[in-house]
Design a protein around this ligand. Structure first.
Ligand SMILES: CC(C)(COP(=O)(O)OP(=O)(O)OC[C@H]1O[C@@H](n2cnc3c(N)ncnc32)[C@H](O)[C@@H]1OP(=O)(O)O)[C@@H](O)C(=O)NCCC(=O)NCCS
Length: 202
């Protein structure tokens, strides 16, 4: 069965960190190459990153990456990585707005939230061969659960998406993310969703 795994932040050996970083790098570069319309970074920019950048993306205390992995087969226990998402934070509302290059409307929304913890979702991607089967939904759900468990009194998950990326925007909408403004250039929407608070309404 396809599953969502959380990548570790600490590794028993430098070799195991490097091996995981190489797989992470390969999937991220594949995402940038196959879906350039979806990201503000480019394949050329990130292909030039050295090993240290990929290592620190995995081990940074402020980031957490989830990967969708293919089912195992009898003759292959090295399961293919099919999708990923990274959660960055916690940020203050102002830091999150700066990270997202948010306009005044999005800044005001984030600053007005009762919580002070904001997390930003980045690098969201599922390989074209595996789309439409729920992996994207699973990755966002894993990210939201991580945010909720990291901030039990509630937090805001935010992200940005190009206005032209309608399929991603429809998925975010279905999962409860609402537009709160734009980026400063005006070609991306900034979306946000509050995670569960420590109470439930009937
Ligand atoms: C956006 C993206 C990550 C979504 O991944 P995904 O795995 O296809 O997401 P899901 O399968 O959970 O949902 C996608 C659609 O498939 C449908 N779906 C979900 N489970 C399904 C299933 N079992 N069978 C058929 N369809 C299904 C959903 O209803 C959804 O439909 P929608 O387009 O009306 O929202 C993927 O399209 C992608 O990588 N795009 C390129 C990169 C990108 O745009 N990233 C976002 C940057 S902001």
């Amino acid at each position: 069965m396809t599953s969502i795994i959380s990548l570790p932040k600490s590794f028993s050996t430098p070799q195991s960190l490097h091996a995981t970083a190489l797989r992470f790098k390969a999937l991220r570069l594949h995402a940038l190459k196959s879906a350039p319309y979806a990201f503000s970074s480019t394949h050329a920019e990130e292909a030039a990153f050295g090993d240290e950048t990929w290592h620190s993306r995995l081990t940074s205390p402020d980031s957490k990456t989830f990967v969708a992995v293919a089912p195992s087969t009898a003759d292959n226990d090295d399961r293919q990585w099919l999708g990923l998402i990274t959660v960055i934070g916690p940020f203050s509302p102002l830091q999150a707005a700066i990270f997202l290059h948010a306009d005044d409307a999005a800044r005001k929304f984030l600053a007005a939230e009762p919580t002070t913890s904001c997390y930003v979702l980045v690098s969201f991607f599922v390989d074209a061969s595996a789309r439409g089967t729920g992996l994207g939904t699973g990755l966002i759900t894993a990210a939201q659960e991580y945010i909720a468990s990291s901030s039990p009194v509630g937090a805001v998950a935010a992200l940005s998406a190009y206005k032209s990326n309608v399929s991603a925007l429809c998925l975010y909408d279905r999962l409860g993310f609402k537009p709160i403004g734009h980026d400063k250039r005006g070609d991306e929407l900034v979306l946000a969703k509050a995670t569960d608070k420590d109470y439930k309404c009937n």
